[in-house]
Every structure is written in C-alpha cells, then in structure tokens.
Write a protein that binds this ligand. Structure first.
Ligand code: MTE
Ligand code: MO
Length: 346
C-alpha cells in the first residue's frame, strides 16, 4: 500500500492516534454533507476506526463466516452455466501475460470493505451479491429495473482480456466476462438530453464493514462517464473473471470496467445507472478534489500530485513497465479527447 488513493489515518503512526486526533485528521474529508458528517460521530463511538476491522467474531450475529480462501467468495448464481463465455476475437489476449488469478483476487481496492488490499476477500462474506437488480433511470425513453440474471442471458456474455491500471501505479491483466454497456443503454434508449451516465454502487453498511467503520466517505460509491465514453464498445459491464462469475472482492455481481481510465473509474457492485443531462460528481473527486478529476485517463505524462505515473508495477511479477497513454487503448479511444484533456490532470 505504498501509494494509496489518499492518506487515510492508517498511514499515520496509527497506534497512538487518539479519537480526537483521528477526528481532526478526518475533517478535511467532511465535504460530503450533513448525513455523512453526523455519521462520523457514530464511527468514533461505535467502531474501531482504523480500517482494519474484519468480520471475525461476528458470526454470532447471523453473518456468514470468513471465507475459507480468496476464491471461495464467488456467489452462487443461476447463470453459472454461462461461464466460461466465448472469448471475444478482438480482445482474446494482451501482449502482457495474465495476472495470476489468486494474486488478482488478493489485491483489491474495495473501500466498502477494507483498505488493506490483501485482505478485502476476508471481509466480503456477509455481502449478499444475489439476487441482484440494476435500475436504469434518468434521461431515457424506457427506464426499468433489470434482473441481472436476465441481462446476462439476453445481452450476450463474452470474455475480454484487458489491462487494468490503478491510479496507485500498479497494473494487472485479467480476462473479464461481461457485455458491452451500450447493449444495456440500447434497451433503455437514452434521450438526446442524455449527456452523461452515472453509476451508483450498493449502500449496505450492515453487509460491508468498511461502510460502517469509515462513515466519513460519502457512500455509496459513485462514478460517471460521458455518454460517448459509456457507449464505446470497450466499456464493459463485467459479471465474471477468469472464466467464472465474479468473486465478491472484484465487485460481484456486476461492475463496470473502463480499461483506458484509472481503476477507480470502474465502479464495483453497481445497483443503479442514471443517464443525466449535467456532468455528475464522482466519489474520489469529492473526497480529494486536487488529486482526482472527472476524466482520469491513464497518462504517463501527467503525474499524480504526489507521485509519477510514468511507470507501473505488474502485480505478481515484481517488475515495472512503462505506462502507456490511455493504458494502450489510444488507437481505439484517443479520438474521444482533446489535447487539453490529454495533457492536464483532468
Ligand atoms: N464500489 C467501488 N468500486 C471500486 C472501488 C471501490 O473502492 N469501491 N475501487 C476502485 C479501484 S481504485 C480499483 S483499482 C478497482 C480495482 O478492481 P479489482 O479489485 O477488481 O482489481 O476497482 C475500482 N472500483
Ligand atoms: Mo485504483
């Protein structure tokens, strides 16, 4: 965790952080409105607030036990017969070797559960990822609440190997299974006033320990794309990885993957998609406005304010490689952006 998205208090010499000091170190995150601000009080009195709580010891409250291993977190689904899906001819391989499956399943950013990437999987047991619906609403002709099982069967799953580049300067290469978002958008028929697409993740503090212990974050997680980015064929609604349904720590049962943008533009466990007229706010910009911006395109020439983006560590391989403009997808998406968008933190 050398380069976290922001320096939360576990990056401080933490054992001697008092509740009062902890509170003040968090003040800067309290731009999120009254409800979240009030909830901070709950966090300080009701929970250990260092981000390292796990569900161990809570089985007596009727929650499932800790998963036995990092791949024992795949929810049961009536669509299991759809996996593995046929490989997409265009994206059947990457020039990079695939990241080891267990390495990928033990290196997760999923702040709803835990900041410690290696142990997110240990905490996802209580999360109920099925049954699941996705509401699609806003500036559309035909809004609706869609059963994910039906979408998986009707919209056509395929497997695509994509590189995933986290803003923290690490990367992996994984075979996702999913359907392009444009097929779902076609179902709801965006109006001409639909300029942006907003995604909202689940909000279930009772199932997600990080939502309970880190109430200063503006849950639920929210992200957004411009309509042309959302409609691009590369933008995938992902329901599986490595030939099986998604493990919960990867964002079961359905998450977005936008491979040319930093990983935080790929929200996990999405419950609602809204087509909007105005550009929506995004979670990480609201938390740390100076560091995270709407576009967040992978770009080796534009450093993060606190570190270089020129190279990236390949997770599980212990080597660094040069970061590519738009994560190597520039031939497909480069024409979506002006030079100004591509040359600044944007
Ligand atoms: N809801 C939600 N989505 C999220 C995150 C998160 O904390 N919550 N983290 C993001 C970040 S920073 C990254 S790098 C990717 C990681 O995806 P992975 O764990 O499947 O590799 O998920 C993204 N989607
Ligand atoms: Mo990330």
């Amino acid at each position: 965790m050398a380069m976290p998205l922001l320096p939360p208090d576990w990056a401080l010499p933490e054992s001697n952080v008092t509740p009062a000091a902890t509170y003040w170190s968090r003040r800067r995150f309290l731009r999120v409105g009254g409800a979240a601000a009030m909830a901070v009080g709950v966090g300080l009195t009701g929970c250990r607030a260092n981000g390292h709580d796990t569900e161990r010891g809570t089985a007596g409250q009727g929650q499932p036990a800790r998963p036995a291993g990092p791949l024992d977190t795949i929810p049961e689904t009536p669509t299991a017969d759809l996996y593995p899906a046929a490989p997409s001819p265009q994206w059947a391989a990457s020039e990079r070797p695939l990241t080891d499956r267990t390495v990928a399943a033990t290196h997760n950013n999923f702040y709803e559960f835990l900041l410690d990437k290696a142990r997110v999987w240990e905490n996802v047991g209580p999360f109920q990822a099925r049954p699941w619906t996705v509401e699609v609403t806003g500036e559309v002709e035909r809004p609706g609440v869609f059963d994910l099982d039906v979408l998986e069967r009707e919209l056509g799953l395929e497997e695509r190997v994509y590189r995933l580049r986290c803003v923290e300067a690490w990367a992996m290469t994984v075979p996702w299974t999913g359907f392009p978002l444009h097929r779902l958008l076609d179902r709801v028929q965006p109006l001409s006033s639909g300029n942006y697409v907003r995604f909202v993740s689940f909000n279930r503090p009772e199932e997600a320990v990080g939502q309970r212990t880190q109430p200063w974050y503006p849950w639920p997680y929210y992200e957004a794309l411009r309509m042309d980015e959302a409609r691009h064929d590369l933008t995938l609604m992902v329901t599986g990885v490595y030939g099986e349904p998604l493990p919960k720590q990867h964002g079961a049962p359905v998450r977005v993957v936008v491979p040319w943008k930093y990983g935080y533009k790929s929200p996990k466990s999405v419950v609602r998609i809204e087509v909007t007229r105005e550009r929506p706010p995004i979670f990480w910009h609201d938390v740390t406005p100076d560091e995270y911006r709407f576009y967040s395109n992978v770009n080796p020439a534009v450093p993060h304010p606190r570190w270089s983006q020129a190279t990236e560590e390949l997770i599980g391989e212990e080597r660094r490689v040069e970061t590519q403009l738009l994560n190597g997808y520039a031939p497909w998406v480069g024409d979506l952006y002006t030079d100004e968008i591509l040359s600044t933190l944007s």
